[in-house]
Write a new protein. Structure first.
Length: 145
């Protein structure tokens, strides 16, 4: 039994050296704010509730330094950015923008975002009914062209 526990401990220590790349960039060249007027209240909601998974600049909590949690977070952020990346909005073509806008409106209307699993540890990211309304109304004004 001691050998098994020691083996598990060694594995846990060794996996700490396998680090995923951090999602941290200050480059806002292609950000949504470079091509669209984004009201300050919308910017604030996006920054607080969306940007960790849907931009190129994630704010990492302390537990993101511990494998395998770090691997899960990296995969989660990469998946979020595949669906929508506010930092890369200017690079999307008309069809991509149209599809993203449609999906975004649907996700917001159904209160699917932020994910419940994210809100467990990030209470500050919870969106009120009023904030959902603000975001939905703003999304409806986004041109897909």
């Amino acid at each position: 039994m001691k050998k098994v526990l020691l083996g598990v401990l060694v594995v846990l220590v060794l996996i700490q050296f396998i680090r995923p790349e951090k999602n941290v960039s200050k480059d806002e060249t292609n950000a949504i704010t470079t091509v669209l007027e984004v009201p300050i209240e919308v910017k604030t909601i996006i920054q607080t509730s969306c940007a960790d998974c849907h931009s190129n600049n994630t704010k990492y909590p302390w537990y993101s330094e511990i494998a395998p949690v770090s691997w899960y977070l990296a995969q989660h952020v990469n998946e979020g950015k595949e669906h929508l990346n506010f930092s890369e909005w200017a690079t999307y073509n008309k069809n991509q923008r149209s599809h993203i806008i449609k999906d975004l409106e649907e996700e917001l209307e159904e209160h699917e975002m932020p994910l419940k699993s994210y809100l467990i540890l990030h209470k500050e990211a919870e969106i009120t009914k009023e904030q959902y309304t603000i975001l939905i109304n703003w999304v409806k004004t986004i041109p897909s062209e």
